[in-house]
Design a protein around this ligand. Structure first.
Ligand code: SAM
Ligand code: SF4
Length: 357
């Protein structure tokens, strides 16, 4: 950190020691590149100090691209009639998970469009089967009722990912027809109440999104004390109403992620696939700026291509075994290791210990 201003170092160093920044300071950091070097340095130091050098690899199983929602940015939206849809059967989900566990994954992330194709009992059966094979289960199925979330928890699910996408009420309304922002907040509270290790996150670079609104998102994550936060740059999909938009900027998304690391030093933060889509070394750069998780896709065959949220998704033609070897090599090349634990965040472990669990 040779030629950067003392003022920039002071602001970021203060955040490292106090895990706090004001709204004004966050907007300041996001608006100027003079903070970047110090920000990335201290975010990496916070990751290392609180979480160590190991990276959690979690296998992302995209088990259905059927979605009843119409989020303006997403290629899975119901009104995208061009996309061929699929829904793996419960025994296929279990079989793909079994293969992923054999490749070494200790967590399976079950993700899908928001749909009601599956009977709750069937998904519960898949969750229990995966737990019985020794892996932890993360769910990312969208907004469900408290009863449904509770059933999955009872069946053995450990974690749930539900991004708030944006905390800006008017922006949320523009982008999510017929969806309730309040319900999304309520779902996150319910998941925390039910004892899930709860993750949220946001999109960066949405049309009409301001730096002030991004700062609000970051402060919301801090206040809510989540266990995981995923930050993804928005990537325009030509088969959606936002197909002609500019899309998010890689460095801005990286900065948002780094600030989240400073404010929530003990949580899990993935180096997102969308980051690698914008920058061919994006996940490794993210791992060097605060991230400690990577979620390679473990879905096999044509399903990889059909889970098309946005264009340019990486590793579409690769087999899960290859992806695991490839990312492991890249992680080791930067002097980091692959975690042998089940992938709980340090934050969650501390909370369980405080509860005597
Ligand atoms: N349906 C569930 C939900 O919405 O929570 C889970 C699956 S959804 C495909 C997972 C995430 O993909 C969303 O939270 C959203 O942030 C992200 N996503 C969707 N479209 C995207 C795009 N065009 N660019 C970047 N990320 C996108
Ligand atoms: Fe469906 Fe999730 Fe995509 Fe929205 S973001 S359209 S809920 S898959």
């Amino acid at each position: 950190m040779s030629h950067i201003s003392v003022f920039a170092i002071d602001t970021v160093q203060k955040a490292f020691y106090t895990s706090a920044l004001t709204h004004r300071e966050i907007v300041g950091i996001l608006s100027s590149d003079k903070y970047d070097e110090a920000l990335f340095f201290y975010a990496d130091l916070a990751r290392k100090t609180h979480n160590g050098n190991d990276v959690h690899l979690k296998g992302l199983l995209e088990f259905s691209n059927v979605c009843e929602r119409n989020c303006f940015y997403c290629g899975l939206r119901r009104q995208n009639k061009i996309l061929k849809r699929y829904a793996l059967k419960p025994d296929e989900i279990i079989a793909f998970a079994q293969k992923a566990i054999a490749y070494g994954y200790k967590t399976i992330v079950l993700q899908s469009g928001e749909n009601n194709i599956y009977k709750i009992d069937d998904l519960c059966g898949a969750i229990t089967a995966i737990r019985d094979m020794g892996a932890h289960v993360t769910l990312s199925l969208g907004e469900k009722s408290r009863e449904e979330y509770a059933a999955y928890k009872q069946a053995g699910a450990n974690r749930y990912l539900l991004r708030i996408e944006t905390t800006d009420p008017s922006l949320y309304k523009q982008l999510h027809p017929s969806m309730s922002h309040q319900n999304r907040f309520n779902c996150l509270t319910t998941l925390q109440e039910l004892g899930y290790e709860t993750g949220s996150g946001s999109l960066v670079g949405l049309p009409n999104q301001t730096l002030s609104s991004i700062a609000d998102d970051i402060l919301f994550f801090k206040e809510s004390d989540f266990d995981m936060i995923g930050i993804g740059p928005f990537i325009p999909n030509e088969n959606t109403p936002l197909g002609d938009e500019r899309g998010g900027d890689f460095v801005l998304a990286l900065k948002v992620m780094a600030i989240v690391r400073l404010l929530l030093p003990k949580i899990n933060i993935p180096a997102t696939t969308a980051m690698e889509t914008l920058d061919k070394n994006g996940r490794i750069r993210a791992l060097q700026c605060g991230a400690n998780v990577v979620m390679p896709v473990v879905t096999e065959g044509e399903y990889r291509k059909l889970y098309r949220l946005y264009p340019g998704k990486i590793c579409l033609d690769d087999a899960p075994r290859h992806c695991r070897g490839c990312i492991t090599g890249k992680i080791m090349a930067i002097g980091r290791g692959v975690s042998a634990t089940n992938g709980d965040s340090v934050r969650f472990g501390d909370r369980l210990a405080a509860q005597g669990g």
